[in-house]
Design a protein around this ligand. Sequence first.
Ligand SMILES: [Zn+2]
Length: 113
Amino acid sequence: MSAASERRAKREMKTVGAMIALYCRGTHGAERGLCADCTDLWSYAQQRVAHCPLLADKPTCVNCPVHCYKPAMREKIRTVMRYSGPRMVWRHPALSVFHFLDGRHKSRARPKP
Ligand SMILES: [Zn+2]
């Protein structure tokens, strides 16, 4: 892995991690760390990013053509991103490049705060 894609992988992981933490705190009431479900999702996401063959070229997982998440995990991570995406802009402006996993889902119905 080149230095550039390694940096990118780290940033991507940081973003996903922050989103899962935000989601877990907000919806599962975890006060510190993550609940068991979210811990699973988080380690899965880290694996996916670590093994991603396209990290060097793609902007983020949002626009990835591979869709390497298996369906159940993909569904979960989408829920996380729908929840955390809009909130990330305020809490982690530097990481907010990562809005929604599924670019087709341009929802007008915003999630309720
Ligand atoms: Zn959780």
